[in-house]
Design a protein around this ligand. Sequence first.
Ligand code: ADP
Ligand code: MG
Ligand code: MG
Length: 207
Amino acid sequence: MDTGFFVTWLRDAATRIRLQRDRLTELDAAIGDADHGANLDRGFTEVCKALEDWPPTAPAQALLTAGTTLIRRVGGASGPLYGSAFRAMGKALQDPVTLPGFAAAFEAGVVAVERLGKAAPGDKTMIDALAPASRALTAAVEKGLTPYEAFHRAAVAAEEGSRATIPMRARKGRASYLGERSVGHEDPGAASSALILGALAGVAVKE
Ligand code: ADP
Ligand code: MG
Ligand code: MG
């Protein structure tokens, strides 16, 4: 996993978010303010530009650039949360990147989201996709799986985690204002987290 791997991950995440922009917006229209697709599309488009303007020379640098850009360019709650996640992951990442190192850095990113947003699993947020993905990565490390297998398992865990937010009642963010009426809808931030993990699996090469 070199710098190019991380740049491709971020660019592919941007593409998936662009393609799913309307779906993310529809999810946010149901339980929020209908801007999640636009927020993330704008943010990740800016991330792609920043990666071109300041080509990173190390994996951690790619993540730090992405994180800083998201914090600066996304107005909604998701910008600072994703931005902090990428920045924390960048700060924790050791070069050369191994799967155990990646898993530890990813967990640092999840912890950063939990600290900033004060959401716990079950609160119907992006944490409900990110935390299971992190657990899947750690489990894959313990089993000695390849990065390809590990990233695919993490992507599936994030997908399942996102779908599992449908019956939850939101306790954090805008959706929490709806109380019981937030039940029955997938959380937009959990859905975008699943897209970002899907991009990670897509970039991994089979050995
Ligand atoms: P906003 O709610 O400000 O319009 P977005 O629509 O871009 O921002 O992002 C909403 C998503 O952010 C939610 O679906 C949820 O996943 C996530 N989110 C909101 N508040 C929190 C929080 N305190 N902790 C974790 N995630 C949160
Ligand atoms: Mg919103
Ligand atoms: Mg908003």
